[in-house]
Design a protein around this ligand. Structure first.
Ligand SMILES: Cc1ncc(COP(=O)(O)O)c(C=O)c1O
Length: 448
């Protein structure tokens, strides 16, 4: 039995999708295993974007399904908004305290990445209230940053086309800075000089706003939606130093980069930095059940006495959902058992190296860059100007790749890859061949 197009048209997403090249019925995904998905029509594709950089352990892991089933029968739901807790939630919070760097020890759970960022901003706000600094409320974010699809996260969104509709609803004074993007901004200088320049701008922006009014800086270690922008190692420690100097909190949005994606458990580890708050989602359960968390440093939590009877940040109905937490525990067990963080580092290097070699000399290739299993090809116009390649041309790579048998994500000027972390060397080599063939085909078409 297949899904009728008539039924698909009741999905609102149908109104927002951009797929003029395939019918609705052809885009119904039916089942998946490892790094592979099958549509209802029987088309087999390599999932080279892990859904939306979510399915870290790969599709179809029975251990997670069993943990979900067992927990559902034992206790499917009970709120944690008031005095209650549950075992999977407590065990997961304790486990996260061991996996995250430094004294990131206390987890507040939510459902989506957007909500994790909301909670991080709210915890920051309550922290300053508790510290007797009620004016500290502004959040500084970055151009190209994406933190979610809620009103609060649109206020810090650095992608204007996504946030523009909500601009009249947003609070004033939320300033945006620029993160270092070596490929576009390095010029004749060094990465270190670029980092220094951008850190100085950040510091000046906070001083201009008035540090007494700024609560936090929020940033993605790799700006994913913004175009897989990979600030040089050293950027996060520079931001940490600015935050410390000006008494502003640092929030790392690790919704995509967390749980092994960059070849470390968390991307902040590349810089040896401990943020004050870390937002996580996606890879925490590999998407088997939605779950997210804002993880706070103990030194922040200490601002709230344990014997207080006053609520600070209000959790939502599904906070610390026992089934989601049980799924997360099973997911993390697989990550450890199968050494998926190390595999992400090794397979990421293989993918980056393979693509760099296979695409050497291709005119539309501006740069191939990667950090763990976030790897991308930044495309430029074939005329040697170095200008970004026409967006429609780049988007055509989605279709071309689909025809060859892989799902990638090509937007702006960037072809992005983020396969499941369980990917094998043979599958990486297949992906390199598929992507290289597609990019070369586009290059050939452009000179015709
Ligand atoms: C860095 C980052 N933060 C936050 C979000 C929002 O997460 P969600 O879509 O689960 O709300 C995303 C989504 O892709 C993201 O990439």
């Amino acid at each position: 039995m297949t899904t009728p197009a008539e039924a698909i048209r009741h999905l609102w997403t149908h109104k927002t999708q951009d797929h003029p090249w395939l019918s609705d019925e052809e885009l119904v995904v039916d089942r998946a295993e490892g790094v592979w998905v099958w549509t209802e029509r029987g088309h087999k594709l390599m999932d080279a974007f892990a859904g939306l950089a979510v399915v870290n352990v790969g599709h179809g892991r029975r251990e997670i399904a069993e943990a979900i089933a067992e927990q559902t029968v034992r206790l499917a739901y009970y709120p944690t908004t008031r005095q209650f807790s549950n075992r999977p939630a407590a065990e997961l919070a304790a486990k996260l305290a061991t996996l995250t760097p430094g004294d990131l020890d206390l987890s507040m759970f939510a459902v989506s990445g957007s909500e994790a960022n909301e909670r991080s901003m709210q915890i920051a706000r309550h922290y300053w209230l508790a510290r007797g600094k009620p004016d500290k409320h502004k959040i500084v974010s970055f151009h190209g940053g994406y933190h979610g699809a809620t009103m609060g996260t649109y206020a810090i969104c650095g992608i204007p086309r996504m946030a523009a509709a909500y601009a009249p609803l947003q609070p004033a004074g939320f300033v945006k800075c620029t993160a270092p993007h070596p490929f576009r901004d390095r010029g004749d200088g060094t990465d270190a000089q670029l980092v220094e320049r951008r850190a100085r701008e950040l510091s000046e922006a906070i001083v201009h706003e008035g540090p007494d009014t700024v609560s936090a800086v929020i940033l993605e270690p790799v700006l994913s939606s913004g175009g897989f922008i990979m600030p040089p190692i050293g950027w996060l420690s520079a931001v940490r130093a600015v935050c410390d100097e000006l008494d502003v909190l640092m929030i790392a949005d690790e919704v995509i980069t967390g749980f092994g994606r960059t070849g470390r458990w968390f991307a902040v580890e590349h810089d040896g930095v401990v943020p004050d708050l870390m937002s996580v989602a996606k890879g925490i359960t590999s998407g088997y059940v939605p779950l997210s968390a804002s993880i706070a440093r103990r030194r922040l939590a200490e601002a709230f006495p344990d014997d207080t009877t006053q609520e600070n940040v209000h959790p939502n109905t599904y906070a610390a959902h026992p089934v989601a937490c049980a799924a997360a525990l099973a997911n993390l067990q697989i990550m450890e058992k199968d050494h998926l963080v190390a595999n992400a580092a090794a397979m990421g290097a293989r993918l980056l190296g393979g693509l760099t070699d296979a695409l050497r000399g291709v005119r539309v290739v501006g740069e191939v860059r990667g950090r763990g299993l976030l790897v991308c090809v930044d495309l430029v116009a074939p005329d040697g100007s170095g200008q970004p390649l026409d967006q429609e041309m780049v988007a055509s790579l989605d279709r071309r790749e689909w025809d060859r048998g892989a799902i990638i994500y090509a937007r702006g000027s960037v072809l992005r890859l983020a396969p499941p972390l369980c990917i094998t060397p043979e599958e990486i080599d297949t992906l390199v061949d598929l992507v290289a063939a597609t990019v070369r085909e586009l290059d050939r078409d452009l000179v015709k």
